[in-house]
Design a protein around this ligand. Structure first.
Ligand SMILES: *Cc1c(COP(=O)(O)O)cnc(C)c1O
Length: 353
């Protein structure tokens, strides 16, 4: 029964988020959240909003305070920043703004499957260009037309990519952007964990748009806040597509406090990268193939190919990892970097299996 929605909506599966158990004590290593509490400045900022009359009024439609801080951090003008209800909101705004019904989006594959869902919701089509086995990307990603000879309206690249955690160097991204006939969105949801980023490319190329998330690196997945960096004439267009009040007063306050505490970010990042490197070495010692990651998760495959049974056995012991299956590519386990104690328990459990 399709309840009389648009037939193309009834025909698609929709995006399936990772499992989010709302009770019980799980070791949760499946959706790349930060295992630590956010900066204490966040609680202070949120309490201040709760205490006053702020919640009785609509929030600032453009989250100006946050824009000013993010702009200062990245060395651009506030007019170059657009805030969103999580970076997923920005991805929605971008796909709706650039890709019309029946038009084409290109994504690298395997990557964040939401890009394809957003194209489908728009009545648009999505071309998936495969990574090479070493997770590099050939020039086909920048081809002028789709394989079927139709014009391309937008390309999206997660960098660092999920599930691989690999990151193309900015020079390579710049080259792809130059060759592409359309704008390129560089989804840097994990950019704070990587050695390099592409925000500088935006300065020289108005067709490059970078999105960032506060969910992972700032430990704020629960409040929903992200931002895009793009040239002001692009931001001006995107603003028309967003909900008037897409970021609420509590999340604006929380996100502003978080981005102001760069020393918290540096300390948290250093801890997670150390744990990630330890996890990588330990998994390899247990016979797994692990891709060198520039994010807060690692992509692991085992020569036996028995990924789903391992996922199930861990789940039975209240440890959640992500078992990903990419048709046409293969499957594997994506494991989020937890606390040291969580990773110790995970490794001991895996060893016992
Ligand atoms: C987590 C994730 C996002 C979504 O981030 P939110 O800010 O929580 O919406 C976007 N892109 C990629 C690749 C992600 O992994």
């Amino acid at each position: 029964m399709n309840h009389r929605v648009r037939p193309d909506l009834a025909a698609i599966a929709g995006y399936t988020p990772g499992e989010q158990p709302q009770s019980g004590d799980w070791i949760k290593l499946n959706t790349n959240e930060n295992p630590y509490a956010p900066s204490p400045e966040v609680a202070r900022a949120v309490s201040a909003v709760l205490g006053g009359r702020t919640l009785a009024k609509y929030p600032d439609p453009l989250a100006t305070r946050f824009r000013e801080r993010a702009a200062a951090l990245h060395g651009v003008d506030p007019a170059w920043i657009l805030c969103g209800n999580g970076s997923d909101d920005l991805l929605t705004i971008l796909v709706r703004s650039f890709v019309g019904e029946g038009q084409w989006l290109r994504m690298a594959y395997p990557s964040y499957i939401l890009y394809r869902t957003l194209a489908q919701l728009q009545g648009a089509r999505c071309e998936e260009h495969h990574f090479r086995p070493d997770w590099s990307l050939d020039d086909g990603f920048a081809a002028g037309n789709t394989a079927s000879g139709e014009p391309l309206c937008l390309a999206i690249l997660a960098n660092p990519n999920s599930p691989s955690g690999t990151c193309l160097p900015p020079d390579r991204v710049a080259e792809l952007a130059r060759r592409l006939p359309c704008p390129l969105v560089v989804d840097e949801a994990y950019g704070d964990f990587a050695a390099t980023h592409c925000i500088d490319l935006v300065r020289h190329d108005d067709r490059v748009i970078v999105t960032r998330s506060l969910s992972k690196s700032y430990a704020l997945a629960g409040i929903r806040f992200g931002y895009a960096v793009a040239q002001p004439q692009v931001v001006e267009q995107l603003v028309k597509m967003k909900d008037s009040y897409n970021c609420d007063a509590l999340s604006i306050a929380a996100a502003t406090a978080a981005i102001d505490d760069q020393s918290w970010l540096a300390t948290n990042r250093a801890m997670l990268l150390a744990t990630r490197d330890r996890l990588t070495v330990a998994m390899r010692a247990l016979g797994w193939q692990v891709v060198d990651s520039e994010a807060n998760f690692v992509w692991c495959t085992h020569p036996s190919g028995r990924h789903r049974p391992v996922y199930e056995a861990l789940k039975a012991r209240r440890i959640l990892v992500r078992c990903m299956d990419y048709p046409g590519w293969g499957d594997g386990l994506r494991i989020t970097v937890g606390t040291d104690a969580e990773i110790d328990t995970f490794l001991a459990t895996l060893h016992a299996l």
